[in-house]
Design a protein around this ligand. Structure first.
Ligand SMILES: *Cc1c(COP(=O)(O)O)cnc(C)c1O
Length: 212
């Protein structure tokens, strides 16, 4: 199956109200161009350096692209992230909010954010603890960062449904519109629970090489 075929078959399973984010970590430029030629406009990348080298030129060529950062962001890369990305989906702590606000002010460029929630309360994972969510929302807004919604990655090897439902409930509670959840293996379940945005990588681009 080609990238274009994969995109078409996934789009058929997604209501038009749900945004398909094509996750293109480790995907090279030629394959990105195949997705672009198939009309895909929203992409997610995990690593700032990789995204910078792949997308800087492509973004001037394809003006309507929206690039989302969906991987963990170190505060010392906030400047690069604000310059390149159209949304940052992994705001998860006060110190990062401060670094992002500083970068946005310096560049006079406001980049909206999602807050990543550690929905399974897993110690090894990034994401804001559920209990700290209201404080982080208030803090970020106090720095004029626009919080558009929430994102999560449920624990691996568990039924994701209760975690999806929990994120939807939190989004409702804090009156946030965008709910980014669901990947190649579970995007249909996520949509059934109320996802507004799914992040699909391997089902579009094929299996990834394990990261060295
Ligand atoms: C890699 C990744 C995805 C896509 O995963 P697939 O299983 O390949 O669809 C989605 N979200 C995040 C945060 C990722 O790191």
């Amino acid at each position: 199956m080609s990238i274009s075929d994969n995109l078409q078959s996934i789009r058929e399973k997604i209501p038009s109200s749900v945004t398909l984010v094509a996750v293109s970590k480790t995907v090279d430029e030629q394959r990105l161009r195949e997705a672009l030629a198939a009309g895909q406009q929203v992409f997610g990348e995990n690593y700032v350096q990789e995204a910078k080298s792949k997308w800087t030129a492509l973004k001037t060529e394809f003006k309507d692209i929206a690039l989302h950062l969906i991987g963990h962001l170190q505060s010392n890369k906030a400047d690069d992230a604000v310059a390149l990305f159209d949304r940052i989906d992994t705001l998860d702590r006060v110190s990062l909010a401060s670094a992002l606000a500083k970068a946005m002010t310096k560049q006079q460029r406001r980049v909206p954010c999602l807050i990543e929630v550690n929905i399974g309360d897993e110690p090894q994972k990034g994401g804001c603890a559920v209990a700290e969510l209201p404080a982080l929302i208030d803090f970020a807004r106090g720095l004029s960062i626009e919080i558009q919604g929430l994102m999560c990655i449920p624990p691996a090897d568990k039924d994701p449904k209760p975690y999806f439902e929990k994120l939807v409930e939190l989004a409702k509670q804090y009156k946030l519109k965008t709910i980014s959840m669901g990947m190649s293996g579970d995007f249909e379940a996520a949509i059934a629970c109320g996802s507004t945005e799914v992040r699909v990588g391997s089902a579009i681009f094929g299996a990834r090489e394990p990261k060295a």
